[in-house]
Design a protein around this ligand. Structure first.
Ligand SMILES: *[C@@H]1O[C@H](CO)[C@@H](O)[C@H](O)[C@H]1NC(C)=O
Ligand SMILES: *[C@@H]1O[C@H](CO)[C@@H](O)[C@H](O)[C@H]1NC(C)=O
Ligand SMILES: *[C@@H]1O[C@H](CO)[C@@H](O)[C@H](O)[C@H]1NC(C)=O
Ligand SMILES: *[C@@H]1O[C@H](CO)[C@@H](O)[C@H](O)[C@H]1NC(C)=O
Length: 512
């Protein structure tokens, strides 16, 4: 080797080590965060199991806006109402992207998903389509089927109470599989970190089981989604409409600018996004009622005085049930179904106060941390619905509540969940029914007769956070109510019939 070559090599090595020295370290003007290690940054300490817990702990140490380095990538965690407003709500046009996720690319390819697609014309077209269909007003049209569904759930609790946990989630197995498989691939560690080390993309198939797995999900999705759309097209062609919103989309297909594939995927998105979120919420609700029997009794008393025993609840009743409303909000706060919402990404460098957040960072909305923020909430780890009786947002007296909301679980900014009104109605109808009709109690040990507590911390996070299966003692509050439920269930038949012809159409109606 010549001296020049050795010299060049030396300079090259110096340059590499200079470049690498900076990888993984926190840039000067980033928000603070835990100390980094060369090259990997905070990868070694980034939590993969129930990450919202550790991220909330760090928020206490590093503040409402802090950063993490995952190799060269930046993650910014936002943990207070003011910070959400500043970072996301007020920067709609530049903070509404979705970070690149390899798992998503593998499953969806060019096909698009309203929830996961990056900010741009396709997102806008899809969003406009669902905005009309899922507006508060349009949701009133979906009430009859939601009523029928909620009646079915009461009926199932009545006839087969020990399977209540499964009844709450009465969706086709295919959708359930679909969600589980998407969850497996999209969660941290589900695929290798291609986002950080792109070359891993070329790992051959036989050492990369996730590739076959992704193909399986993709095939499942396409069979299911296209099948459902075909059924709907058939109904429209044969003048057998049932008022489902896809009929409307088909009527305005050109105007919305959506092709066959996009509409099919829209059906899938709405089913996947709607089914799970409502179910995990209701499971937490039941667990809380059984655990906090004094809260349950008070909510029942309120329902009895407003609704009585001679009729079943209607969605408008909620306006006369302030305590139940407080309980609903407290369950959202206490066990948010989306404790980190869905990550955003920024399309330009953002200056926030003295910080600069580089383009293409991942922005995490720390819903869990916001609802446990001690500046805002008294005893944040306790289940205390009364906090929402004392103030609109359940906060301590004198707190500045600018920007605060009771529903961060639905996300923020322009990407806020368009199905929130539909989900809200479904939750309201179901919990009113539950407390009107049943008493929920923790089970008793069959030998000692001692009550067995439900472990409210025994939960799983995949696409959403939900309680693991638990037991609960569910009994109707009176025989008269039990009979009313049976009668209402029989009467709901005509509503179901519209949706009921084919197995799969049954499930379309469950896209809450
Ligand atoms: C849900 O319903 C409650 C009670 O009517 C209301 O206060 C709240 O604003 C609603 N939220 C959404 C997202 O529609
Ligand atoms: C959590 O719940 C599951 C079943 O629902 C049970 O098998 C497991 O033992 C529970 N874990 C703990 C720590 O109690
Ligand atoms: C169900 O669909 C089949 C064919 O698609 C039709 O013949 C039948 O009349 C339908 N039944 C009801 C109850 O709509
Ligand atoms: C469809 O729904 C009806 C009414 O809820 C139910 O009786 C029927 O078993 C369902 N069919 C399938 C295949 O799930």
């Amino acid at each position: 080797m010549t001296t020049e070559a050795i010299g060049l090599l030396f300079i090259f090595l110096l340059w590499i080590s200079y470049r690498l020295r900076k990888v993984g370290s926190r840039e000067q003007d980033l928000p603070p965060g835990p100390p980094t290690v060369a090259i990997i940054g905070n990868l070694d300490i980034f939590p993969t199991v129930h990450p919202y817990l550790k991220l909330t702990e760090w928020a206490k140490a590093y503040g409402d806006i802090y950063s993490l380095k995952l190799g060269p990538k930046t993650v910014v965690v936002v943990s207070s109402p003011r910070a959400v407003r500043e970072c996301i709500d007020l920067r709609g046009s530049t903070m509404s992207g979705r970070p690149y996720m390899y798992g998503v690319e593998l499953i969806y390819g060019d096909a698009v998903d309203l929830v996961l697609v990056d900010y741009g014309p396709t997102w806008k077209a899809l969003r406009r389509t669902v905005r009309d269909a899922l507006s508060g007003e349009a949701c009133m049209r979906h009430l009859p089927i939601q009523h029928a569904e909620a009646t079915q759930l009461m009926y199932d609790f009545l006839e087969n109470p020990q399977n209540f946990y499964t009844h709450i989630y009465s969706i086709v197995e295919d959708i359930d599989n679909d969600m589980r498989l998407i969850g497996d691939l999209v969660k941290p560690g589900g695929t290798p970190p291609i986002e950080l080390i792109p070359i891993l993309r070329y790992i051959p198939e036989r050492w990369a089981p996730w590739k076959a797995q992704a193909r399986e999900v993709r095939a499942l999705q396409r069979r299911l989604y296209f099948g459902l759309l075909d059924l709907c097209i058939d109904r429209v062609d044969n003048e057998k409409r049932n008022g489902c919103f896809i009929e409307d989309v088909l009527d305005h297909q050109e105007e919305y600018g959506l092709d066959y594939e996009k509409i099919a995927y829209l059906i899938g998105t709405l089913m996947v996004a709607g089914a799970d979120t409502t179910a995990v919420y209701l499971r937490f609700f039941v667990a809380c009622m059984a655990t906090y029997s004094d809260v349950q009794a008070r909510a029942q008393q309120e329902i009895d005085s407003v609704i009585g025993s001679s009729r079943t609840p209607e969605v408008d009743d909620i306006d006369s049930l302030p305590f139940l409303k407080a309980v609903i909000n407290e369950v959202h706060r206490f066990r948010p179904t989306a404790p980190l919402a869905i990550p955003h990404t920024n399309t330009v460098d953002e200056r926030i106060g003295n910080f600069v957040i580089p383009k293409d960072s991942t922005i995490l909305l720390n819903v869990w941390g916001i609802y446990r923020h001690e500046d805002y909430f008294e005893n944040p780890n306790e289940f205390l619905p009364d906090r929402y009786m004392r103030s609109e947002y359940g906060t301590k007296p004198g707190v500045d509540t600018t920007g605060l909301r009771n529903d961060y679980g639905f996300g923020a900014g322009r990407r806020i969940c368009p199905g929130m009104h539909l989900a809200n109605n479904s939750i309201i109808l179901n919990v009113m029914n539950f407390l009107w009709a049943f008493n929920f109690n923790v089970p008793k040990d069959s030998v000692t007769g001692e009550p067995i507590a439900i472990d409210l911390d025994n939960n799983t996070l995949d696409l959403t956070l939900g309680p693991n299966p638990y037991e609960c003692d569910i009994k109707p509050r009176s025989e008269a109510k039990a009979n009313m439920i049976r009668a209402r269930f029989a009467a709901a038949g005509s509503t179901f019939a519209l949706f009921d012809n084919q197995t799969t159409v049954n499930e379309t109606s469950k896209s809450k």
